[in-house]
Each structure stands twice: as structure tokens, then as C-alpha cells.
Design a protein around this ligand. Sequence first.
Ligand code: GLY
Length: 364
Amino acid sequence: MNRIRLNLEKRSSNSYDICIGTDLPDRMGLIMAKNNWASRYVIVTDDRVGALYGESMLGILRGLSLVVDRIDIPAGEKSKRIETCIGIAERLIDLGADRTSALIALGGGVVGDITGFVASMFMRGIPYIQMPTTLVAQIDSAIGGKTGIDLEGGKNLLGAFHQPKAVFIDLAFLKTLDDREFSNGLAEIVKYGLIEDPSLLDLLETEGQALRKRDPALLEKIVLRACQIKKGIVEIDDTEKGLRRVLNFGHTLGHAVEAASGYGLSHGEAVAIGMAASLRLSEKMGYLKSGDRERIDTLIESLGLPRRMPAALDPDDLLRRIGRDKKKTGDRVPFVLIRKPGMPFMNGGVPEAMLRDTMGELRG
Ligand code: GLY
């Protein structure tokens, strides 16, 4: 098992380990028992992950004399609503949970975001553990304490920073991930290559096919590297005052596209489209060479991800959604752009007209 320590110096008691390996539940249970984080635990999972792993997780943790219950919520982004959180909180009360209890988020990004959000509020805040089961959650959303739910107006508009006690990344979960969900994670790896480590792009180009076949050694290498990048960024800027914004590369438009598609496009597909747009904007504003943009366009396609957005999506609707998400200055929209792979920056704002044109070019 690899262990990466995420150090939060300002609030060192919030520092935690990211444990990465295979078949981790036993190790996780022993670490939980040793650390005594809570008097009892409640696993929050979704009905899909719960059906596959819920019983065995309960069995392993109870076998270590931990007091553990389980709550299942419906799978999918549509669960990321306040009603789901209230439902979980009511069930926690029924189960006898209190301030000395802790939650375990067993699932993908949706389960992690909801569980972290409930943990941030239940009895004014209780601990939680992340056990991410999808590639996106393992390399991104489970790390860094961002929690949240969606409103009608957009994604993640209600949330809190609440760091987990630990993150347990079990690579064995990736074996049962469907291809579309796996590709979501590949989009986030392209993002890490673009914002921090261009060698990841080289690796995706040379080993992309082996990765799509889920070569275990390659997966471990890539997950480890992505977690190191994410932890490095969160350590410097845990509450997203500056540097952490680079993690939103491709997400400004991506979130708008994802919500506008009624979540018909997956997160990774929407982020891939968002990255393709950000690359074009970087090129149009004179920062990025065309050759670099073309190279990444080719890579995105080779990974089975889209670059173009459905023609049914209306650029004006997308602009409205982006405007709600980001603070505009006049007619300029803040965007993360890149000068070259590995060199991201927040520019003073992309002119709205240029963004509308770019979306037009990418339609259909
Ligand atoms: N997923 C973006 C962040 O954690 O900041």
C-alpha cells in the first residue's frame, strides 16, 4: 500500500493520509480501529455500489468489532440535492448517530460530495472517510475536502470545505467500472497533464490503449501521480483562493455543458469538451501554439472522449450558466488557460464574444 500524507499546515489536525493499494477494506478497518475516529460509523453508498460491495464492507468492518450501518441512495447526479441530504440526516438520527459518529463515503464523486456535505452539517460537523470507487473520485474529487450538492441553477452551488479523516483508494474497484465511467477519469488525467505534468500526456499517448484495458501497474502509476499532484495543490491552497483554481481547467464550460445536457453527458465527457474549448481560447488569445492544441485534440479523441458539444446546446444558455458559476468583469469571463502543457494560468478574463464563437465552432 502506498501512503501519501496531505499536510495542511494552517490546521495541522486536518492533515490526513491518502492510502492507495488493492483490496484495502481490511487495512482500512484496522486503521479506523487504531485511530478511534468515531464510536460508530455509517457507510453512505449508492444502490449500484451498495449492491456490489455494501455487504462485504459491512462484514469486514463489523468483523473488526467496529459498529457500522449502511445507507443507500439512488445512483446518479440527480441525487445531489438537498432532499437527499435531509433524507440521510433523518436516517442517521433513526440509526442513533450522534456527534461521536462518522460517515464513510463508499462510491463515486456524487456519493463523496453528498456524504462530505452531510458530514459538514450533521450535528454541526462530524468526521468522514472517503473510499472512492470510480477513477474520477480516486484521482480528484475524494481528495481535498470539497463537498457540495447541486441547485436548479447549476452544479455544486451549495457546499462546504470539509476535509476527510483519510482517503482509501482501492484500485480493485476499477475492475468493475463501466467504460464510460472509466473514460471520465481519463479526462481528469488529461487535465493533470495539461496543468502540471506533461509526462502524463506522453504516457496517455503511448500507453492509452493499455490503460483503457486497465493494466494494473499502469493504473497504479497514474493514480499515484495524479494523487500527488492533487495533494500538492491542495496543500498550498486548500480553500481555493488562487492556485487550486487551475484544477478547474476545462470545468467552467464543462459544468455548464453537463448541466445543460440534463446530465446526459457524463462529467468526463463534458470536461473533455470544456478542455477542448479552453485550448482553443488559449490559442486564440495568443498564448498556446496551434500544434499543442492539435496534439491534445487528437489525444482526447483517441481516449474515446468527445471534443464537440451536442448541437442542441444553446451557446446563450451556456453563457448564462457560466455567468452564474463565475464572477464576470464586464463582458469578460474568468477562465483557466494554458501557455503550454504544464503551464496553466488564470487570465484577466476571456471576452464573452470569443467564448460564444468558440462554442459555435465546437457545436455538432
Ligand atoms: N475538483 C476540483 C478541486 O478539488 O478543486
